[in-house]
Design a protein around this ligand. Structure first.
Ligand code: FAD
Length: 470
């Protein structure tokens, strides 16, 4: 079906339906994305304040056949939030829908509007003596609606699950402009198809999430963080098993870091001090969160000792203060920024069955080296089998020198991931960046079902056209 641009006459139509202050001039920040791959088009920008206003906007877009682009914090890494081609969209930013509608400490539930910044939801939970465990380096800017629309992961997935696992209910506006009030706080609700899980991870292609009921957890009484040098990725996996054997569910993060990450940090952000000398080839950032009077620092020291004895760990530091914990986490959280400053040729957010990780890393190293002296920065949420596997030009060269090889390198890495039974998008989604990969590696029956669902819910194709299903 032909779509029409969100132009001045459409803006005038919206002005007749909504308070004047809902429409705003399109600022450049709405048209860029963190990796600078695309620049979006300026159509009409709307900042609704209520679910009813979102519904009115969607109904108007449906009537006039105008594409709609939902917008959260703009931190998505696969270009779902920018529309570089086709008719210019109606961009709907949820940023003014940023109220915590209710917090229920006894139930361990918070109900937040989609425009709430993730860090604000974490703070609201903390003020109520609870923990909202979704945690990403972008948490100061990404918004709950975006987190759910991308099914975000981050460092807490190992223990608490991803955004999907943390959501009990949703309120959303569907492509026909109907409001779905599914904001249940129930933990058990087997009443038909699971619309909530359909919308989570749909990247704005099946509707706009306007609010969510989210799970909270007790705050751990004691938290501790260590950076431990491991022999190799297999030793890192063995260390994870050892840690779980010692403290069970108390392992709340387990992040693998290759030396390349520290080299990039030293080159681009030298004020961030790396505590181990010499810089290890492989290390793991381990976080424990313990309750019941157990002390996380003591438990980490015991783990360190046992791991050295088992010849899994060579060296390490256990943070002895909150400041030291913060400094260790700061290293991990700045790796994406250091990568951005160096400039990758090709970045991959992949997941693999845990036991296949060491062989994948080994085979990847061999295959990439055979194509040239590229620098590989391999780091990520090892406990979830999720690696960020990013390829950079040799030192002194620019990524633009390798534009031709970029596609080949991406194909090489993704083919390898696929051969190992992995996923080419672990936590960032498909967006516009990976639509080709979804076609190439996706199961045909699943793709056909996805198209059928899209057509049934959004027959005019107004919701984020070009994302997920090209
Ligand atoms: P946006 O970027 O605004 O939008 C993302 C997608 O969701 C788009 O398709 C958009 O149309 C859609 N969308 C947004 N809001 C809504 C809504 N209310 N209803 C329906 N659709 C909507 N991701 C991880 O998973 N794990 C990480 O560890 C991680 N670390 C990151 C670190 C950095 C430094 C950066 C820049 C990004 C990182 N990301 C990570 C990616 C990004 O932060 C997440 O994908 C995040 O969930 C996106 O949220 P957002 O609000 O910024 O969404």
């Amino acid at each position: 079906m032909t779509l029409h641009p969100a132009d001045e006459s459409f803006a005038n139509h919206l002005r007749s339906l909504l308070p004047a202050e809902v429409l705003r001039p399109v600022e450049p920040r709405y048209l860029s994305e963190p990796r600078g791959r695309w620049t979006g088009q300026a159509g009409v920008l709307a900042l609704p304040r209520s679910t009813e206003e979102v519904a009115r906007l969607i109904r108007a877009a449906g009537t006039k056949r105008v594409p709609v682009l939902p917008y959260g914090g703009g931190t998505g890494l696969v270009g779902g939030q920018v529309m570089p081609e086709g008719p210019a969209p109606l961009l709907i930013s949820l940023e003014r829908m940023n109220r915590i509608r209710g917090i229920y400490p006894q139930e361990n539930v918070v109900v937040a509007e989609a425009g709430c910044i993730l860090a604000d939801v974490q703070s609201a939970a903390g003020d109520a003596g609870r923990l909202f465990p979704l945690s990403l380096a972008s948490e100061g800017s990404c918004r709950i609606g975006g987190n759910l629309a991308t099914n975000a992961g981050g460092v807490g997935v190992l223990r608490y699950g991803n955004a999907r696992d943390l959501c009990l209910g949703l309120e959303a506006v569907l492509p026909n402009g109907e409001i779905w009030s599914g904001l249940t706080r129930l933990r058990k609700d087997n009443t038909g198809y699971d619309l909530r899980n359909l919308l989570i991870g749909s990247e704005g292609t099946l509707g706009i999430i306007t609010a969510a009921a989210l799970k909270l957890f007790p705050q751990p009484g004691s938290q501790g963080t260590a950076l431990l040098t491991v022999r190799d990725p297999q030793a890192a996996l063995d260390l994870l098993a050892l840690a779980r054997g010692q403290v069970g569910e108390g392992v709340s993060a387990f992040e693998l870091i290759h030396r390349q990450s520290f080299d990039f940090l030293a080159e681009t952000l030298p004020h961030l001090r790396q505590p181990l000398d010499p810089v290890p080839e492989w290390s793991v950032l381990v976080e424990l969160g313990l309750s019941g009077g157990l002390d996380a620092v003591t438990a980490l020291e015991a783990l360190f000792e046992a791991a050295v004895e088992a010849e899994l760990v060579i060296d390490g530091v256990v943070a002895q203060s909150e400041a030291q914990r913060g400094a260790l986490w700061s290293l991990r959280e700045h790796i994406p920024e250091a990568n951005r400053r160096i400039g990758s040729i090709s970045s991959h957010d992949v997941s693999l069955p845990l036991s296949e990780l060491p062989a994948f890393i080994q085979r990847g190293q061999e295959a990439v080296s055979a194509m040239g002296p590229f620098r590989i920065n391999c780091f990520g949420h090892l406990g979830d089998g999720n690696l960020h596997y990013n390829l950079f030009p040799p030192k002194g060269r620019d990524r633009s020198d390798y534009a031709v090889q970029a596609t080949e390198l991406k194909r090489l890495v993704h083919d390898l991931v696929h051969d190992f039974g992995g996923s080419v998008s672990a936590e960032h989604g498909i967006g516009r960046f990976k639509t080709g990969d979804l076609q190439r590696y996706g199961d045909p029956a699943k793709l056909a079902a996805m198209r059928a669902i899209k057509t049934a819910l959004d027959p005019a194709g107004i919701m984020n056209p070009g994302a997920v299903l090209a």
